[in-house]
Design a protein around this ligand. Sequence first.
Ligand code: GDP
Ligand code: IMO
Ligand code: MG
Length: 425
Amino acid sequence: MPGIALVGVQWGDEGKGKITDALSRRADAVVRYQGGNNAGHTIVVDGERYALHLVPTGVLYRHCTPVIGPGVVVNPEVLIEEMDTLEARGIDTSKLLLSGNAHLIMPYHLELDRVTERRLGRNRLGTTKRGIGPAYADKAARIGLRVQDLLSPKIFAAKLDVALKEKNLLLTRIYGRLPLDRDEIQEQCRRYAERLEPHIVDTTLFLHGALDRGDTVLFEGAQATMLDLDHGTYPFVTSSNPIAGGACAGAGVGPRDIGRIIGVSKAYCTRVGSGPFPSEADLTESEVLVELGAEYGTTTGRKRRCGWFDAVAARYAARLNTLTEIVVTKLDVLSQFESLKMCVAYEFEGRHYEALPPNQTIFNKCRPIYQELPGWQEDISDAQTKSDLPRRAVAYLETIEELVQTPVSSVSVGAAREQLVDMSA
Ligand code: GDP
Ligand code: IMO
Ligand code: MG
C-alpha cells in the first residue's frame, strides 16, 4: 500500500522533519494534513540547516511534490516568506500544491491568540502565538476564510466583513485593543492571492490520482499524539488532530490508503509550553538534556522542558495511531549518561497506572515509576548499522520495543541526514 503516515509519539519536536526527509528520498508526494506554522521541522543536509514551518519537508527533493492539504491552516504571508527563503537558498518551490479548502490564518487570529494567552495569565497554554487555535475555532464555527476565497474577491470581501465585525468587537470591547482595518487586510490578501494562485489546486483529487497510480505518498504529521485536540492532554494541546487518523480527514484519503504508520519518538522526552508531563526530569537533569540535545524550540526559540522516555504515553500513542513501527531519534544525546531512566508506569494515591489515567487531574498529579537502565557512555554518532551500536544501547532500544509492543525500525544518532541506523540491516 503506497500511503505512509509519519506521526509524533510524544509532545512534538521528535525529529519528524529529519525522518520525513529520510523517507522522502523514495516518496513521490509529501503531504501536510494538519496544523500550520506552529510546526518547526528541522532538516540538516550537507551542513545546511533548514527549518520548515509550513512547506512540507519533501520540498528538498526535486522528484517530490510537496502538498499542503485541506486540514492545514495557512498563514499566506508566512507561506510566501518561507517559499522565498527556500528559493533564495536554491530550493525549487514551483511544485508546491496548496489546497483551496485549507483555511486561512488571518491577522485577527494572531491578535486573538496573543490576547487570550495574556488574559489567561498563569493558566496560559503557552501556545506558539501563530493564530492556530483561533483559526481552527473559526473553521469549526463556519466563519473561516479559505484559500480558495483568495481567488474570488467578492466572496472574500463578504466573508471578511462578517468575520471582522465580530473580531473587532472582541478586540476592542473585551480586550481593549485597536480594531483591525478591513481595507488593509483586503489589500494584503489581494497580493497573496496573486502570488499563490498558481499553487492552488484540488489536492484531494491530486492525491487520489497519485495513490491510484501506486505512487508513494507520505503524510507528514506536525505536532504529536499527546498534543492531539481529542486525545492529548486537553486543554494543553493544539487545535488539530496530529494522530494518524487525522491524516485521513486532513488530506482527504481513506484509512485503507495508509499501510505503514511510523511513530517518531525521541529516546527521551520533551515538551514546550504548559501542561502535564509526568516523566519531566528534575532541574539538573533537565539542564543536561537541554544542553546535550540543544533543546530549544525551532519555531519560538523557547527552552524545551526535558524528561525521560515515557513508555505509558508511548504505548498509548502506539495503539491510538496503530503504529507499525517506531523510529527512535536523538539516541546520541543519551550517550554521556551513566544510567538512564525510563518511565514504565504512573502512580497516584497508591494506585499504579500502566495505561493513561482516565482523567486529567490524575494525569496532572501522578508520579512516574522508573526503571533504571545502564548507559553506554560511548560516542554512537557514526553508527550506521545495528552492529555498530553498543550492547547497552541496543538493550535500551529493546526495552522500548518490549514496553511499547512495537518494533524499532530505525534509530537516529545525529541531526544530519546520513546519521540514521537501519535496525533491520
Ligand atoms: P520536529 O518538529 O519533530 O521535526 O523536530 P524539530 O526539528 O523541532 O526538533 C528536533 C531537533 O533535533 C532538530 O534540531 C534536529 O536537527 C535535531 N535532531 C533530529 N534528530 C536528531 C538526532 O538523532 N540527534 C541529534 N543530536 N539531533 C537530532
Ligand atoms: P512540531 O511539528 C512542539 C505546542 C505549543 C503549545 C501547544 C498549543 O515542530 O513538533 P498552538 O500554537 O499549536 O496552539 O500551541 O502546542 N506546540 C508544539 N510543541 N512542537 C510543535 O510542532 C508544536 N506545535 C504546537 O508549545 O504548548
Ligand atoms: Mg518542531
